[in-house]
Design a protein around this ligand. Structure first.
Ligand code: NAG
Ligand code: NAG
Ligand code: NAG
Length: 281
C-alpha cells in the first residue's frame, strides 16, 4: 500500500482528478485528490493532509477514479445457463455470459435455434446472437434439425463410378446406384435379387412426388399389422417410408414385388409404370 501512496504523491501535481470538499472543522472549501480505481476514500483531505485512499475489501470494487466513501459491492450474480467470464476483483464487477449453446435476449439466455431440414446454418450462434439459417441453395441439402450444420453439397455419383438414381433436393442428398438402370444399353434387366437394385427401386419409389395421403396408404398396404401413422412434412414421411422399406428388404421380403403390387393397389399406376420401365421389371 505504501508504494501506491508514493505513486499518488508523484502524480498529484499533474493529471490526478480532484473534487471539492468542505472541511467540517473550518467550513472552508478544499480541493481534494480523488482515489484511483480499486480504492476508496478512507479519509477526506484536510487543510494539512492529502486524501487517504484504501483498497476495496473483498467482493467490492471501484472501477474509476472516485471519491466514494465505500467501494461498490460486486452485485452481478450469474444465473443458471450463465457462466462467469470476468471475476469480481477490486476494479471490476463480475461479468456473466450465456453458456455454450445459448444467447442472451432481454436478460434471458435462450437456446440457439436449430435450422430445420431444407435449411442450414449460415452463421453459428454466439452468446449474444441466435443462429442464422438459410434455405439450402441449388445443389445443397440438409436433412436434419441442427444448430451447427451448414447445408451439404449433393454427392456426385459419376465421381463414385455410379449412376444417379434419385436427384437430390434441398431436403435429401442425391442417391446413387450401381444397379444398371433400364435406360442403359442392356438387353437384360437387373436381377431382382440383386441387393443394389432392390435398394435402387426402394429409393426411387420413396422419393417420387407421391402425395402424403398416398404415401401413408402405401405403407398401410405393405404393413401386415398397420401401426400408428407417421406425422410430419412430406420430407420426413419420405425418409420414414424409405427406412421402412429398407427394413423390409433386410427382413428378406420380396420387396420389389410387394412394392409393385402395393403401387397398383394404391392406384399409383403411373409410378408403377415408371419403376417397371426404369428397372426393366
Ligand atoms: C480485474 O480484472 C480485470 C478484467 O479481468 C483486469 O483487467 C484487471 O487487471 C483486474 N484488476 C486487478 C486489480 O486484478
Ligand atoms: C425437427 O424438429 C421438429 C420440431 O422439433 C420435429 O417435429 C421434426 O420431426 C424434426 N425433424 C427431424 C428430421 O429430426
Ligand atoms: C447396344 O449394344 C449392342 C451390343 O451389345 C450394340 O450392337 C448396339 O449398337 C448398342 N446400342 C446402342 C444404342 O448403343
Amino acid at each position: 500500500f505504501a508504494p501506491l501512496l508514493l505513486l499518488l504523491a508523484e502524480l498529484s501535481c499533474s493529471t490526478q482528478p480532484t473534487y471539492q470538499w468542505k472541511d467540517p472543522v473550518t467550513n472552508k472549501k478544499l480541493t481534494c485528490q480523488q482515489c484511483p480505481p480499486g480504492t476508496f476514500v478512507a479519509q477526506h483531505c484536510t487543510r494539512d493532509r492529502q486524501t487517504v485512499c484504501e483498497p476495496c475489501p473483498d467482493l467490492h470494487y471501484t472501477q474509476y477514479w472516485n471519491y466514494l466513501e465505500k467501494c461498490r459491492y460486486c452485485n452481478v450474480i450469474c444465473g443458471e445457463k450463465q457462466v462467469e467470464v470476468q471475476q469480481c476483483n477490486s476494479t471490476h464487477n463480475r461479468v456473466c455470459q450465456c453458456q455454450e449453446g445459448y444467447y442472451s435476449e432481454m436478460e434471458f439466455c435462450i437456446r440457439h435455434s436449430e435450422c430445420p431440414p431444407g435449411s442450414g446454418v449460415e452463421k453459428l450462434g454466439t452468446p449474444f446472437e441466435n443462429t442464422q439459417c438459410r434455405a439450402c441453395p441449388r445443389g445443397f441439402f440438409s436433412s436434419s434439425n441442427s444448430s451447427t450444420k451448414p447445408c451439404q453439397l449433393h454427392r456426385d455419383c459419376e465421381q463414385q463410378g455410379k449412376v444417379t438414381n434419385v436427384q437430390g433436393n434441398q431436403y435429401h442428398d442425391t442417391l446413387c446406384t450401381s444397379c444398371r438402370l433400364g435406360r442403359s444399353n442392356s438387353t437384360q434387366g437387373p436381377a431382382l435379387d440383386d441387393d443394389d437394385c432392390e435398394q435402387a427401386v426402394i429409393d426411387f419409389v420413396a422419393y417420387q412426388n407421391i402425395p402424403i395421403r398416398k404415401l401413408k396408404r402405401l405403407q398401410q398396404i405393405l404393413e401386415r399389422s398397420p401401426r400408428k401413422q407417421a406425422l410430419g412434412t412430406r420430407a420426413v414421411i419420405q425418409e420414414k417410408f424409405r427406412a421402412f422399406l429398407t427394413h423390409l428388404k433386410e427382413g428378406h421380403y420380396e420387396v420389389t414385388k410387394e412394392l409393385l403390387d402395393a403401387l397398383r393397389t394404391a392406384r399409383l399406376h403411373s409410378i408403377e409404370e415408371k419403376v417397371r420401365e426404369r428397372f426393366l421389371l
